[in-house]
Ligand binder design. Structure first.
Ligand SMILES: NC(=O)c1ccc[n+]([C@@H]2O[C@H](COP(=O)([O-])OP(=O)(O)OC[C@H]3O[C@@H](n4cnc5c(N)ncnc54)[C@H](OP(=O)(O)O)[C@@H]3O)[C@@H](O)[C@H]2O)c1
Length: 271
């Protein structure tokens, strides 16, 4: 049964049939990860959430509990060799199953390519790519046991197309997710496990990277919005969360191997 706070408790809305499903979201103490967890919670899913900072994570978990969700909060660094596996195992241990995995954690190290070092590349590959792949290796047997599942990677508009100078590491790692997810989708389709990406555009939320840039340079950012964001505004974290919740649900049963742009037409890619 959906928790009392769920959006479809009055029976008026499309039922994503996520009630009672177990979803694990990495990097869910703030920003996109928190919004994704909140959208899933509002649809009745049980949540496992992680982040490195235990105190911040607990605040986020409490807010999800207040929305009616059962939540386990796992303070862990998913960029460490065993972190992602620890997280997925903790989710399964708490709830006895796993149906949905959202690999949201990711970051950037900006710099002209010539100035980037192997260490820069390796650090971001651990954070943006290996964290999610390791989580998938732990999650797939659990999803197989559950009779199917849904994996969503949070890529970026700059994984689908060139982001610009200084973004070689970010661009390459976000493209790698789209590529790997496509092959995983082929391999796992016979077992009812779908694998997709979302590619958000520039999303602004309190304390996030775009919010900081707007506060530091309001005029420059006004110009950025005018040139790059056809809707005339930044995206909102909830707008990404809701798309991920849909992809996580069986209502998206024919969508696998896809990368869904959630960017208000910021991206210019034809595919
Ligand atoms: N914001 C945008 O405009 C935008 C656009 C396109 C794509 N994206 C992608 O969306 C994802 C989320 O972005 P965001 O802007 O919401 O990020 P954010 O504000 O930096 O939040 C990141 C979240 O992940 C956690 N985290 C970071 N490193 C971690 C680690 N090693 N292990 C466990 N948790 C970790 C953080 O908590 P702790 O610090 O406590 O660990 C926090 O909860 C990223 O993959 C990003 O590339 C964002």
């Amino acid at each position: 049964m959906a928790p009392s706070g769920s959006r479809h408790s009055a029976g008026k809305f499309m039922d994503l049939k996520l009630a009672g499903k177990v979803a694990a979201v990495t990097g869910a103490s703030r920003g996109l990860g928190f919004a994704i967890a909140r959208s899933l919670a509002e649809e009745g899913a049980k949540l496992a959430v992680c982040a490195r900072d235990a105190a911040g994570l607990e605040v986020a978990a409490e807010s999800l509990r207040n929305a009616g969700a059962e939540v386990v909060a796992v303070p862990v660094d998913v960029a460490s060799p065993s972190g992602a596996t620890t997280f997925v195992e903790a989710a399964a241990e708490r709830f006895g199953a796993l149906h949905v995995l959202v690999n949201n954690v990711g970051g950037n190290r900006r710099g002209r390519f010539e100035e980037t070092t192997d260490e820069d590349w390796l650090d971001v590959i651990q954070l943006n790519v290996l964290s999610g792949l390791r989580a998938c290796r732990a999650a797939v047997p659990l999803m197989r046991e559950a009779g199917g599942g849904s994996i969503v990677f949070v890529s970026s508009v700059f994984g689908r197309e060139k982001g610009g100078p200084g973004l070689s590491i970010y661009n390459a790692t976000k493209s790698a997710l789209i590529s790997a997810a496509g092959i995983m989708a082929l391999e796992l389709a016979p077992e009812g496990i779908r694998v997709n990406c979302v590619a958000p555009g520039s999303i602004r939320f309190e304390g996030g990277s775009w919010d900081k840039r707007v506060k530091a340079d309001p005029e420059g950012m006004k110009a950025f919005v005018a040139v790059n964001l056809p809707l005339g505004r930044f995206g909102r974290a909830r707008e990404v969360g809701d798309v991920v919740a849909f992809l996580a649900s069986e209502r998206a049963s024919l969508i696998t191997g896809a990368c869904i742009a959630v960017d208000g037409a910021q991206g210019k890619s034809l595919v």
